[in-house]
Design a protein around this ligand. Sequence first.
Ligand SMILES: [Zn+2]
Length: 321
Amino acid sequence: MAEKWLVGVDIGGTTIKLAFISEAGEIMTKWEIDTDKSNNGQQIPTDIAKAIQTKLIELDQQKEKLIGIGIGAPGPVNFHDGSIEVAVNLGWKNFPLKALLEQELGLPVVVDNDANLAALGEMWKGAGEGANDLIFVTLGTGVGGGIISSGKIVHGINGAGGEIGHVTSVIEGGAPCNCGKKGCLETIASATGIARLAVEAITSTETPSQLRELYNEQKNLTAKQVLDAAREEDELATKVIDQVTLHLGLALANLSNGLNPEKIVIGGGVSKAGDTILQPVKEQFARFAFPRVLDGVEITIATIGNDAGVIGGAWLAKTSF
Ligand SMILES: [Zn+2]
């Protein structure tokens, strides 16, 4: 019998990534469509269904070639019915994604949070290399995460498991977070947080830095500029990155003391800085981890980047249907 394919879909704020993936986890074809956020994103399930049908025709394949669809969406997922409770940047509220897509396509659909899918993708085909106990943290505009324990995503009682970005790092006087709390890891270790800390350091200290001139020109900074300066051992940028990696290492060590993971995988735009982030995180992790936890773990940078979501979606479909 001819091999069947899995479908991985990763819904983002500007594009939707799609892929047909073999049962061995090999990407057969991948493509993107624009995310249509007009009319509160109501059109999105139809767009996804059409994109899949069009691609099947293009490849001269029947719908029967597809086993099912694993789809990642931003925001908390209701696992009883595969609806999205709220996805602010898509305009969704109690949006029945699974039901709508199954109706459009007549194929089984499983839905999970996008960061959880990325964690599964890294576990299956990326830096996780099959590790059954894994912490994935993604450092982008925000800080997302996924925790895998004994091969299964930790969802918790109402879908908020693995929200690593909202571990409290600063107990008093922390910056406000999108979640409503203050001092979350996300306010420090996200790209936004790194840029904010650098601007604060420039405007409130005399520490010498090549970033001062950039800041005076742009009236702002990007995380990449701060990370590049830290790589060149700029004094102020190094202090900022020391603060970021202290809190990241501390949060990951505390989570690990409860989970005893085999791998910790760091992804997202900020992780592209490689050793500038990884080495100091490892040092801080070693300070705060229980010795036996430290012995068992390997901390690495994510390897499959933008494909992690669709590969994780395929894994979810493979293990669900
Ligand atoms: Zn928060």
